[in-house]
Design a protein around this ligand. Structure first.
Ligand SMILES: [Zn+2]
Length: 307
C-alpha cells in the first residue's frame, strides 16, 4: 500500500521518551542557517517574477511580473553579507550549526560553499530550488531531489543526509525522500519537540521536527527589534531548560541570512548565543548528530509513532 502521511494528534503524550542526550544534557539545541539566496523564483530562472519572501519589503509595492530589482538585491544581501556575519558569530564562539542548503544557491556562491565545507557544519538539503514542492508533479519532484543531491555532492563534497522542504512538502515528498535511499531523516514536520520514527513503504524513516516559532521569520511579521526576538527565543530556551531537568527536549532555532544577518537583528542572536553558553547541560549540536544519536540510542521501532 502506498505510503501517505497520516494525522497524529497524540504523539508521545504525557510520557515522552528520555532522549539520553550525550553527557546527560537537559536540552539539545540545533541552530539552522537557511541558505536560500540564489535559488528563489526569478525571471532569470523562468518563473517570470522576483521572489520577495522574508525580505525587508512587506510595505513595498511588489512587481507581480518581471524583475523586481529591489527584491533581488535584498536576497543578494543575504549571501553577500549576512552569511559571513552568521558564520562569524558561530565560529568565534566555537559553536556548530546546520545549514539548510538550497543546492542551486550554493552553486552560485562557491566561496560560501567552500566556507561551509571547511567549517564542518552539516548541510541538510533544502531542495534544488527554493520553490513550492506541492506544486510539482511526482516526476518533477523526484527529479528536483535527484538534482539537489547531485549538486550538493559537488559543492559541499558529500551528499546531504537530511531533507527539509521550502514551504510545505507535497503529499509525495516523504516517500520520494525515503525512496531516494541515502537520507537519514527529514524535517518536514512541526508536530513535536523530539524526533520519532515512521514506516515508509515498509522501511524505517526518522523525522526530526523543525520550528517556525523559534525562527527569525518572526522578524518578517510580529517582531521588530532584536530585544523582542532575543526575549522570545530566550523564554523558549529557559522553559525547555527548566523542563529538561525531568524530560529533556530538543530545540531547533531557524535563521535566514537576509533577515537576521542584518546588524540590528544579529545583535539579538549574539545575545542569545551568549545566554545559552552560560548554561551547563546544553548540547548545542548539528542536526546530523541528533539523527545519528537517535538512530543509535532509540533504534527503530522503539520510538515509532503513528504507523
Ligand atoms: Zn527555508
Amino acid at each position: 500500500m502506498r505510503y501517505t502521511v497520516t494525522r497524529d494528534f497524540i504523539g508521545y503524550g504525557a510520557n515522552p521518551p528520555d532522549p539520553r542526550w550525550p553527557g546527560g544534557a537537559r536540552l539539545a539545541v540545533n541552530f539552522v542557517m537557511n541558505y536560500e539566496e540564489g535559488s528563489e523564483p526569478s525571471v532569470q530562472d523562468g518563473e517570470g517574477y522576483s521572489e520577495h519572501g522574508l525580505t525587508e519589503a512587506p510595505g513595498l509595492a511588489h512587481i507581480p511580473r518581471g524583475r523586481d530589482l529591489a527584491a533581488e538585491s535584498m536576497f543578494e544581501y543575504g549571501s553577500r553579507v549576512g552569511f559571513w556575519r552568521l558564520m562569524r558569530l558561530f565560529q568565534e564562539r566555537g559553536l556548530p550549526m546546520t545549514v539548510f542548503g538550497c543546492a542551486l544557491a550554493l552553486e552560485r556562491n562557491p566561496e560560501a560553499a567552500a566556507a561551509i565545507r571547511d567549517s564542518g557544519f552539516d548541510v541538510c538539503c533544502h531542495g534544488w530550488r527554493w520553490v513550492k514542492h506541492f506544486e510539482l508533479s511526482e516526476e518533477q519532484e523526484r527529479e528536483h531531489i535527484r538534482l539537489a543531491v547531485e549538486s550538493l555532492r559537488r559543492t559541499i563534497g558529500n551528499r546531504p543526509l537530511g531533507w527539509y522542504c521550502r514551504y510545505g512538502p507535497s503529499v509525495n515528498t516523504r516517500r520520494l525522500v525515503a525512496e531516494e535511499g541515502g537520507f537519514l531523516y527529514d524535517s518536514d514536520s512541526y508536530a513535536d519537540e523530539l524526533p520519532w520514527w515512521v514506516t515508509v513503504e515498509g522501511r524505517p524513516h526518522l523525522v526530526i521536527p523543525y520550528s517556525l516559532t523559534n525562527n527569525d521569520g518572526k522578524y518578517a511579521g510580529a517582531i521588530g527589534t532584536s530585544d523582542q526576538w532575543f526575549s522570545f527565543i530566550r523564554d523558549a530556551f529557559d522553559m525547555l531548560y527548566a523542563e529538561g531537568a525531568r524530560t529533556p527536549k530538543m530545540m531547533s532555532i531557524g535563521l535566514h541570512m537576509r533577515l537576521i544577518g542584518h546588524p540590528a537583528r544579529a545583535a539579538g542572536l549574539a545575545r542569545l548565543l551568549d545566554h545559552i553558553q552560560k548554561h551547563a547541560g546544553v548540547w548545542v549540536t548539528r542536526r546530523l548528530d541528533i539523527a545519528q544519536h537517535w538512530m543509535k540510542e532509540h533504534p527503530y521501532p522503539g520510538c515509532g509513532l503513528n504507523e
